[in-house]
Design a protein around this ligand. Sequence first.
Ligand code: SAM
Length: 276
Amino acid sequence: MKHVARKRFGQNFLVDRSVIDAIVAAIGLDGKDCVVEIGPGLGALTGPLIEARAAAGGSPLHVVELDRDLAGRMARGEMQGRIVLHQADALGFDFAALCKEGEKLRLIGNLPYNISSPLLFFLIGFAPRVRDQHFMLQREVIERMTASAGDSAFGRLSVMLQVHYRMEHLFDVAPESFEPAPRVVSSVVRMTPDSTLASRIVDHDIFASVVKKAFSQRRKMLRNTLERHALMVGLEEAGIAPTARAEDISAVAYVDYANRIAAYAKASGRSISSIL
Ligand code: SAM
């Protein structure tokens, strides 16, 4: 029986073989590490991934699918025995538990667009165990992820992800490559964890709070948006122009500024909760 795509699960199935091949080629599977596909759906990517992984002599592919019907199809279909199926919600799934000692995770997915931001934030927790992530998302989201300070797309998502990953916008995918066709253009991104910046963050709660507050009113000048924080540590002290807006400040500058606030908290003996 034909599966009817469920909107609530963000189901847009890939039907364009050239796009599928381009994604599999970009990933470049070898026999190492632990490969996990999030949201395999009807298996458009899964089949070619299984083949590429088998050719490289690696362990079977893990797949995490929330939709019971699709997971059931996969368990009964031609892929049975060639994948390790987890019928589960990726948001909350313990990806690290799949890795053997010394293995890293390679996460892959044509992700459900309705949960893309929460899922990207959730996956940050696994960054130290991840080798890379290749995801299809709305192009607009990937533009925000990869934007630089000064770009209009630069926002909270850019800063929060750029401190943990290097990101490459690989290529765009037209709506007609899916069934049903989404209303937007999609893109594929490669995310490679890089802890250089994240390891400099003294207090991750303070950092997250500063970034969230800064972008809560992105059109306002930071000295007004960050009023409470800015009373503790002046923006100028951190080399930030008093007229700057949230989108003008690089991820590095946010880290420096948040670290100054953390240092102020320590020196003044103030609790973190009184600062956030
Ligand atoms: N990979 C398939 C393809 O490219 O044709 C399907 C991609 S479709 C955009 C997203 C898939 O993610 C669907 O199979 C959907 O059921 C699944 N999904 C949605 N929410 C999920 C969640 N929270 N955890 C795991 N899978 C989820």
